[in-house]
Design a protein around this ligand. Structure first.
Ligand code: NAG
Ligand code: NAG
Ligand code: NAG
Ligand code: NAG
Length: 371
């Protein structure tokens, strides 16, 4: 009797264990496989053109750029970086109209000047607004906070690639000593402490780093009626090179030089992420994937999950404020807590996607019926 009971229990335990293992494989397996297959291969240094580009980057003369650069910026805040040890320079791409959002960012994740003794500096990159009134507000905002960089181009969806180029010029001219540069967008939440810790734990001399959420073998949009149409004359090949989602990616300072040098050879009309991917490829820099970057996706809030990931898209400012309030005042998470935080936010994000998906499907059905 006792024996049968024990044996049954063993079976039950096995069954439960099997389910738990299966659950975790389904949940994290894709990430592990992804990270394995998207590992960096050694860059093709052998290519003569790549070698030549890297040589040009090494010899890039920045002093001549300095002489001309004032013409490229309305607001340059050229002194914010000098005399400081900046480990991570964060460039947040923002719309001139969205000063409320910038305030929210200043009050939340960007309210940091260093992590464990390593300096961080958060700046906003803007173009010019279409209205004079907004420009006056931007000038005032810059005087108050001294954390804006404003280029002379019009801030429009079509000029975001130009914005990347201008941000790189600014970095090379006014902040060439920053070790790493994070490019991100204003709708993102960024976990700076975790990201800095991760960067500190890289090899002792981190070079050729281009890290983010990898977009693998994407095809150019060939639909002539679509907003993001890319003609074969702009980009003839079938696939884009692998690149990091433009929502957030990290470059080491040497990579900023390298991609700047090759940027003349890539068309500015391509989407910003793709543009950078092409420049990086020409410079022999391979993008590295990390699933801790969310891309444009919103990761459902969970305290220990948010302490682990690098970014999440949080479109609503008040949501960001609320979550930040809890996050800032909370204790560290143990390994087990982090693990279950990740399980929880993974499942919730998945269900969320499913909800959107089914709502979209319902709406499509409704449209079809009304047609
Ligand atoms: C600086 O400007 C002058 C005149 O506009 C131009 O000839 C020169 O090539 C520029 N230098 C750089 C480094 O862009
Ligand atoms: C930044 O955080 C400090 C406390 O760490 C707080 O006193 C300060 O008001 C915050 N700044 C903003 C702009 O919220
Ligand atoms: C980009 O900025 C330039 C300079 O302000 C402007 O002439 C051009 O129309 C803008 N391009 C787009 C696509 O908005
Ligand atoms: C920024 O402003 C644009 C246009 O004014 C708006 O569409 C967008 O939602 C705003 N983004 C954020 C994060 O507030």
């Amino acid at each position: 009797m006792q024996l049968t009971f024990c044996r049954l229990r063993t079976h039950q335990w096995c069954f439960i264990l099997f389910n738990v293992v299966l659950f975790h494989i389904l949940l994290f397996g894709a990430d592990l496989v992804e990270e394995y297959f998207l590992r960096t291969l050694p860059a093709p240094y052998a290519d003569v053109k790549v070698q030549e580009a890297r040589e040009r980057a090494r010899k890039l003369d920045l002093s001549s750029m300095k002489a001309n650069i004032s013409k490229a910026f309305t607001v340059s805040n050229s002194e914010v970086c000098s005399g400081k040890e900046v480990f991570l320079l964060v460039l947040v791409f923002s719309n001139p109209e969205n000063s409320t959002r910038r305030d929210t960012i200043r009050e939340t994740w960007a309210n940091l000047t260093h992590v464990g003794g390593y300096g961080t500096l958060v700046l906003f990159v803007l173009g010019k607004p279409s209205s004079e009134v907004t420009q006056l507000e931007v000038t005032k905002e810059s005087e108050t906070h001294q954390d804006l960089i404003q280029g002379v181009f019009l801030d429009s969806p079509g000029n975001q690639t130009l914005k990347i180029l201008v941000a790189m010029e600014w970095t090379l001219t006014f902040c060439p000593t920053a070790w790493f540069v994070l490019k991100t967008d204003e709708e993102m939440f960024v976990n700076l402490p975790t990201l800095v810790e991760y960067l500190l734990n890289l090899r002792s001399h981190p070079e050729d780093l281009y890290l983010g959420r990898l977009v693998h073998r994407e095809m150019p949009d060939r639909d002539a009626g679509s907003h993001g149409f890319v003609s074969p004359s702009q980009y003839p090949e079938k696939y884009y090179p692998d690149y990091c989602s433009a929502s957030a990616f990290v470059l080491s300072q040497d990579v900023v030089r390298k991609v700047y040098v090759t940027s003349k050879e890539a068309p500015l009309s391509l989407p910003p992420g793709v543009f950078l991917g092409i420049c990086a490829q020409k410079a022999g820099v391979t993008p590295v994937h990390s699933s801790r970057f969310s891309g444009r996706k919103h990761i459902q809030y969970n305290r220990c999950c948010y302490k682990f990931i690098f970014t999440s898209s949080v479109a609503r400012g008040n949501q960001l404020l609320q979550e930040w309030e809890e996050l800032r005042n909370s204790k560290d998470c143990s390994l087990l807590q982090t693990y279950y935080g990740l399980v929880s936010c993974r499942v919730m994000t998945y269900l969320d996607g499913f909800k959107h998906f089914s709502i979209d499907a319902l709406q499509n059905d409704a449209l079809r019926v009304s047609d």
